[in-house]
Design a protein around this ligand. Structure first.
Ligand SMILES: Nc1ncnc2c1ncn2[C@@H]1O[C@H](COP(=O)(O)OP(=O)(O)O)[C@@H](O)[C@H]1O
Ligand SMILES: [Mg+2]
Length: 290
């Protein structure tokens, strides 16, 4: 009897989940276009994992998604199966030489998802930018000149608050901040918020925090639960309901050049990013109405 009850419960959850998906897709407006920078100056907090997998799930929901790799490490590029060392035109060429975004975009194995790749060339860009005209606005200009339609443009930022990240904050409508549920989770966050506010009070008054995402959460530890509590206290309803669990499949997928959707869509990590994509679309809709 207990087993039946549990089976029925699972069927119900699956059904409502599917229903929620369908409703969510139906109510999503056609003409939205959101530029979202995935930012946290700390390395290893889940920026790239979030950018790649969120992008993949948004794309499979029919959204036209561009992923802009703004990190010289090019992990989002290789994580989507593109050999970064063989890339001819990359984000470096856009930012430094004014090459058009359309010329750099590459198709991926996920339908509706294109990527602007990056590689180690970008490592020199911070220094080169420093002496250039209009150095903070180069990415914004590139996006403005792009005439194809898209729904989401996600920027995978490097782990610093230098000129590259500044370009992202000026080109973006919103910011998504992944926070790792670990020791010192909130360390550096106030500095990040100060930077966002400085940009908002100056060069990009429209900039907004789209959401804060708790990543690599291990619910068995007291620490992770404490961190979640702290993050929710600090950011309130900006924090996504979806929490990304620590899941080894998520860390394996990039070495196969695949998003979690292709690598193991039944894993806990895949489920979480799938759920996140639904929350992002729902939030986007509200955001567009503002
Ligand atoms: N939820 C997760 N569970 C397990 N490993 C993860 C998870 N998210 C990210 N990782 C792994 O942690 C490391 C850092 O993640 P990454 O997304 O590259 O962070 P960042 O882009 O902020 O530097 C990578 O090896 C990645 O595969
Ligand atoms: Mg990264």
């Amino acid at each position: 009897m207990k087993q039946f009850a549990s089976l029925f419960y699972t069927m119900q959850t699956v059904k409502y989940d599917k229903l929620a998906d369908i409703v969510c897709d139906l109510i999503t407006e056609e003409n939205m276009a959101l530029v979202c920078a995935i930012v946290n100056q700390k390395g290893g907090v889940g920026k790239t994992t979030t950018t790649v997998n969120l992008a993949a799930y948004l794309a499979t929901r029919g959204k036209r998604v561009l992923l802009f790799d703004l990190d010289p490490q090019g992990n989002a590029t290789s994580g989507l199966g593109i050999e970064k060392d063989k890339v001819e035109l990359s984000s470096y060429d856009i930012i430094i030489d004014g090459v058009s975004l359309a010329d750099c975009l590459q198709e991926t194995s996920v339908r509706n998802l294109k990527v602007c790749p990056s590689n180690i060339n970008l490592a020199g860009a911070e220094v080169e930018l420093a002496s250039m005209d209009n150095r903070e606005n180069r990415l914004k200009s590139a996006f403005e000149a792009y005439s194809e339609a898209y729904d989401f443009l996600l920027i995978d930022c490097p782990p610093s608050l230098g000129l590259l990240t500044l370009n992202a904050l000026i080109a973006a409508d919103t910011v998504l901040v992944p926070i790792q549920a670990e020791y010192y989770a909130l360390e550096g966050v106030s500095q990040l918020m100060e930077t966002v506010n400085t940009v908002k009070n100056g060069l990009n008054p429209e900039l907004d925090i789209f959401g804060v995402l708790i990543t690599m959460f291990d619910g068995r530890t007291q620490l992770a639960n404490q961190v979640e509590h702290e993050v929710r206290k600090y950011f309130g309803d900006k924090v996504f309901k979806t929490v990304i669990p620590r899941n080894v499949r998520l860390s394996e997928a990039p070495s196969y050049g695949q998003s979690i959707l292709e690598y193991d869509k039944r894993s806990k990590g895949a489920e979480a990013y799938h759920k996140l994509s639904r929350e992002v679309i729902a939030r986007e809709r509200k955001y567009n109405k503002k």
